[in-house]
Design a protein around this ligand. Sequence first.
Ligand SMILES: [Zn+2]
Length: 667
Amino acid sequence: MDAHEHGSAPGGPVSPTPRAATAHRPLGKPGAELSGGLLRDWQARNRDVSLPLALRHLQTAGNLENLRLAASGDGGAYRGPAFMDSDLYKTLEAIGWELARGAPASLTDFAEEATSLLEKAQQPDGYLNSYIQVTGQQRYTRLAWSHELYCAGHLLQAAVAHARAGGLVRLLDVATRFADHLTSTFLGTREGLDGHPIIESALVELYRVTGAEQYLQLARQFVEERGHGLIGDSGFGSRYLQDSLPVRESRSEAGHAVRALYLESGVVDVAVESGDAALLAASVARWDDMVATKTSLTGGNGSRHSGEAFGDAYELPPDRAYNETCAAIASFQWSWRLLLATGDSKYADLMERVLYNGFGAAISADGTRFFYVNPLQRRDDHFEGDDPGRRREWFSCACCPPNIMRLLASLQHYLATTAGDVLYLHQLGRASVDTDLGEGAFGIEITGDYPWSGAVELRVRRAPEHGCGLAVRVPRWSGATSAAVNGEPLAARADEHGYLLVRRRWQPGDVLAVTFDIRPHLTYPSRRIDALRGTAAVERGPLVYCFEQADQPAGVSVEDLQLRPGGLSERSTTLPEVGRTIVIESDAVQLPPVVAGGPPAGGLPYSTRHGGDNGGRPGAAVAVPYFQWDNRDGRAMRVWMPLSRPTGPDTGSGREPGRAHAPTDND
Ligand SMILES: [Zn+2]
């Protein structure tokens, strides 16, 4: 099939059609490439360590064998949960994005073989699902649970990745045969709605690649049908499946977090391709509400283990936070779509928070182990049936690891966008960015040591003759920002969208230097978050910090430390098993150990006496970036630390995340 997208069409995830109602566009080819630094390291580790590990697990966990059984048609014993095919599809998507950089033969050979297997397993009418085919169940009769359209969605996403990266055309053929089957089966009926969204955004992306309108129509139908109780009984109720309120009416995220957030990507995709401002506004309203009331400091979402679900507003327990890795990925993908739709930097701000914290922590330093659940506190005696408390190589429900891999493989596409004759930089890692601004090619090199350093340099390699704009996101966590062009200082003020925009006749060799205030500071929770009252966290630039037992002085439990606002100092170092880092030391009070069953109140952990720091002695507490935790002894960790004295709105010396502030607030 001829691909619809061509020429300078973007080569990454989410590529709206020219007629889509978006404020920004993704970069056309060649686009961006990470050229060094932390994000480049993550991407290389993903290709060299994590993806090969996924290939092994797809073999041993039974994902490939399920498809072989489906292809043979002889029945047999299906292994694993109903959505095993999706693990393979996410891996194929990751390989697809890697192809643009020249993926190693081990990955491309795997993709070839897996595609051959999918061709064999696909039924004559285009249907493809190893769970249904091997177990012999009726198609589409248990959509609340069968994940048939969910798996189809991930197949479509994988095919889109290969189409955009110049990969396997055969995979796109498999996907379009299935998508054609879906449209002929469901378009215009009210009989199909999957319990787990993702088919919505996948169909829109396939529409963008192929130009086939019916895929967009079916996506719109699935989005509009949700919230009318059509899915059936999930066993968890309709909220769990986002089936209790239509997406045009709902103003708050509810139910299973990953499902809710995947659905949002579909909502925004349908809205921008249809020019449906009301549909977009509903999604924006939910994003605002989620960020204000249901998001952890790390950018994680989902306060409840039960149902892997969003909690009530301000229900944000650090120790019981679920914060599934897939929810972080889904949030990142949703925010990207809203960033394209609106051009507002608040979406890039959240993407950065998610990327460096809630998402970044899901992978071990060596790339071989992964978190499914991402709490902000872990005690030494941690036990939880659905959360081992330490990263694992793989899971019986393995949604997260290959999801991590497809995001890391495509990470460079999320760095920058264009709007008219302006190139917008949203993420500030080392990269090389090239795009056509209509008036001519614009190429820049981003250097610096972000996120460890707040100094970023943008060196122009080539520029349109008549000038153009270069815009850099000013993160909301940064205090006074300074900037200069070729050494000449300029007013470093963000515009109403949150960007420092410099418009001029750029010449090759011009340098825009921007320095963000990245000094560490304390962050205090909203008084509405009961679980965090009386605590503070340490942040430095985009990085949330945590206190691990391994870094505290000998004989001092991290649970007996209280922070004393005032002194924060930082030190660059390399820690064994962790790697390069910057540790932060805070003034603290070390309290005597609590003796279980001892004083003060006859054994109960309560007292008629207020206060807690009597008898403490001054000391220090040491923090490392949250994304680097659990690479050592796996002992206690906490992000939010009790303060050594009561604090309220008047006594806090720190900043609220997401608010502008004076740089002198630092100390
Ligand atoms: Zn997951």
